[in-house]
Design a protein around this ligand. Sequence first.
Ligand SMILES: [Zn+2]
Length: 415
Amino acid sequence: MLSLINAERFREDFDMLARIGATGDGGVHRPCWSPAHLEAQRWWLARAAEAGLLTRTDSAGNCSAILPSSISDAPTLLLGSHTDSVPNGGRFDGALGVLAALEVARTLKESGIYLPVHIEVIDFVDEEGTLVGILGSKALAGTLTAEELRTPRGGRAALEAGLARAGVTEAGLLAARRDPASLAGYLELHIEQGPNLARRGIPIGIVRGIVGIRSFRLTYHGQANHAGTTPMAQRVDAALGAAAFVLTARELVLRDFSQEDAPCTVNIGQMRLEPGAFNVIPGKAELALEFRAPESEQLNRLEKMLLSLAEVTARQFGLKLTVEDAGGCAPTPLSARAQAACAAAADSLALAHTTLYSGAGHDAMSLAPLTPAGMIFIPSRDGISHSPREYSEWDDCVNGTNVLLRAALNLAGVS
Ligand SMILES: [Zn+2]
């Protein structure tokens, strides 16, 4: 019978990593390639070396701990997550996954079990996007473009400063691609970051896929005019169309798009009125619209509904509407084989499990097109994350890590 992970050793690691970049309120501040993040990477590599694992850092700055197979040209099963955090984030997001994977590698090494694959634990850089977003995994997948590095979401200055601190170059980022034929799969343990598992009292979530995102900039054009002298009935007020859109969009998504295991969401994250003064009727209202869904067909239906709603609300208030596509990404289905491996692992440990979609992005999005990729979620208290209040019960962390251990063996073909 296969052994379980060493929960005490795992806890010790968890507490040590949580101290690096600690903010004093239970959270951590470890944006990618900040001094605290670089210290976390160094500590993690040293911890892996102590355990007798091989360590390496690739040209993108991703850190790895390797337990080699006795077959030198065996494919590599990646187990990973990220040690970077959002500014003032929590101590579980990402950290849990890299430490769980490290503990899995140590347990496998101690068990002396025959491995037909190399096990590589990987700590991907900039998952959280303070610089670019899922940067290390994109670099590994070979999907990172020079254009993304020219216009990073965190700004060029932040990227250049981070690269300099880490000793990584743009050429290095663009050269970190691995041959998909060398990979046997990718598994990641992560906190759910939503309320579903905790609310339903289920310890293990098996991720079916990661939602796709589309975004549009909607502009309602009215007529700016005097706020006191223009009769109410004669105004062409751009804010009215925008306000009606925001309220009705929420209603329709709640009414027509299943919320149970298919988390379709709509968000209007920015509203800008012009000219923007107490005493002027808004002549222009600009909205930043984003919506997410796990299936392309749902994204299509959402897009059709929301854009026709925008037309209707414009007409209703005598406004003109312009729509600008602001990009997005397709939904990422995760591997059925990886899901089955996770389910079998949970069953073998008598842990209840359910499938669910991830409403948040993860490195698995980069890996899934190349290799069977799977994710295991554990409950997040009150569904809170990206906050010092992020919390998961330790028993859930241990259970999730044992599922990761067995799922890894299953995916590697060891029964
Ligand atoms: Zn994360």
